[in-house]
Design a protein around this ligand. Structure first.
Ligand SMILES: [Fe+2]
Ligand SMILES: [Fe+2]
Length: 162
């Protein structure tokens, strides 16, 4: 029997959360990572260090944005249309990933730092928009049951052991 809780409900010893709360929790980790990168990047001395940091962001960002693309774009598409945001959401993911990938091609330390910090700034702006507009929109439009089902879908995508 599922037990209701403020943040979700328990099923088979798993707390089933709304997908929006799952994504907010992921965002919290990114905010810490971005704070760290912005603090240390100006002091880095080698191109390899900057590229390694960019690769870390790229690796964790890709599955996050892929999940948002797959789980959000379809149900929210008609509303993005109305808001004139139809292309923006997915395009911003691509822009962030392309910018992070560009760091790997940089020839100088200064160029690599600049591109990496641009990617972080673009991500922060994008995350902020999701937190202020997209997640609340999803919570208004989609049923609680659907948000929980998408949360379960996230669990299975992350291959969390049950
Ligand atoms: Fe996103
Ligand atoms: Fe996000």
């Amino acid at each position: 029997m599922a037990e209701r809780a403020a943040v979700g409900y328990w099923k088979d010893n798993f707390l089933i959360m709304k997908i929006t709360d799952v994504l907010r929790a992921e965002h919290a980790v990114f905010h810490n990572l971005f704070d760290h990168i912005e603090a240390v990047a100006p002091r880095l001395k080698t191109l390899a260090e900057v590229k390694a940091l960019a690769a870390v962001v790229e690796k964790v960002h890709a599955p996050h944005s892929q999940t948002e693309d797959d789980l959000f774009i379809e149900p929210l598409e008609p509303y993005f249309d109305q808001m004139g945001q139809q292309e923006t959401f997915h395009a911003e993911h691509e822009h962030i990933e392309a910018t992070l990938a560009k760091v790997q091609k940089a020839r100088t330390l200064r160029e690599a730092k600049k591109i990496l910090l641009n990617a972080i700034a673009a991500s922060r702006k994008h995350f902020d928009k999701e937190e202020r507009i997209v997640f609340p929109l999803a919570e208004r439009i989609l049923k609680a049951k659907t948000l929980n089902e998408l949360g379960m879908e996230w669990l299975s995508r992350r291959e969390v052991e049950k």
